[in-house]
Design a protein around this ligand. Structure first.
Ligand code: ZN
Length: 304
């Protein structure tokens, strides 16, 4: 057994001399130039946050992908069609979606960013899935799923509105499209890296690629997903508040979610979500804003 570098030491050393450590630098240069060009041509200011981000999918294409995933979900899931839970979930969704443009206007004023959401591209639909999973999601284009397993963790309609507001916010902020663009660039980057080190010793190659993979995951993908979570928390909280739910219920909710995920295996819903301590601190910081927005939306006063 041996690796090519062992059997042909002369070849390996010569290659390394010419390639400066076995790296084809021009491949990396081309990839970096492409990245720069791609970033400049596909960046846009996000609605609701004003954050500059990379998106290379049209809102229509994104909605089409969302619809496909939705049809697949409906085909495989056990749906709860009648009874109080679907009625309540539909009612919450309707109220949250209704106040969406107002919340966008509020943030546009507060942050000095343009309101650019294409509301016409969202076809809202709600499904309650009979499953013990503590889960909920909203697909691009506005297809909302709530699993019955999350109902006991939510405990009341205000907390359920906080969960659904969070999920709806992910769709409004087009986090799915942003993640797709990011995955594409990570894949191209990994391909460029593996081509550029093609003449390195295989063992060394594996080490470099593993390090790059970990770097992309911890340096790019996870921080981004934590940013997305934080943005969805803020927008979700404001949606719930503007729809006259009690935003303070979000605090207890995320505490319960933290406990629900603390015991056994990590919940799917929580796996990319920030630790509940950080999340609760942020929610508390946004609470005054949410309460003011709620009051200015003409909602009845909250119990003390
Ligand atoms: Zn989330």
């Amino acid at each position: 057994m041996g690796i090519p570098g062992d059997r042909f030491p002369g070849y390996g050393r010569q290659g390394m001399g010419r390639r400066q450590g076995g790296v084809r630098w021009w491949v990396l240069l081309v990839a970096a130039t492409y990245f720069g060009w791609y970033w400049l041509n596909h960046q846009q200011d996000a609605a609701f946050t004003g954050r500059t981000r990379l998106i290379d999918t049209s809102v229509e294409d994104e909605a089409r992908l969302g619809l496909q995933a939705w049809q697949q979900t409906l085909a495989e899931a056990d749906l709860v069609r009648d009874g109080p839970v679907p009625a309540q979930v539909r009612d919450i969704a309707r109220r949250l979606v209704e106040v969406g443009p107002g919340v966008e206007q509020h943030l546009a004023r507060a942050l000095g960013v343009p309101a650019t959401t294409r509301w016409d591209a969202f076809q809202w639909e709600v499904g309650v899935i009979d499953s013990p999973q503590v889960n909920a999601f909203c697909l691009p284009g506005g297809k909302i799923a709530v699993y019955t397993g999350i109902i006991p963790v939510a405990r009341n309609e205000h907390a359920l509105a906080a969960i659904m507001g969070h999920e709806i916010a992910h769709a409004l902020l087009r986090h799915g499209a942003e993640r797709m663009a990011q995955q594409k660039l990570v894949q191209i980057g990994q391909l460029a890296a593996s081509v550029s080190i093609g003449e390195m010793e295989p063992r060394q190659q594996q080490m470099v690629l593993a390090a790059l993979g970990a770097g992309a995951r911890y340096g790019l993908v996870l921080p981004f997903s934590r940013d997305h979570e934080s943005e969805a928390d803020r927008v979700g909280l404001l949606l719930a508040a503007a729809a006259c739910y009690d935003p303070r219920e979000a605090i207890g909710l995320w505490q319960r979610m933290g406990e629900a995920s603390g015991g056994g295996a990590p919940l799917e819903f929580m796996s990319t979500h920030p630790s509940s301590g950080t999340r609760i601190q942020r929610l508390e910081a946004w609470m005054p804003e949410a309460l003011v927005l709620r009051e200015s939306s003409g909602c009845p006063p909250l119990p003390r």
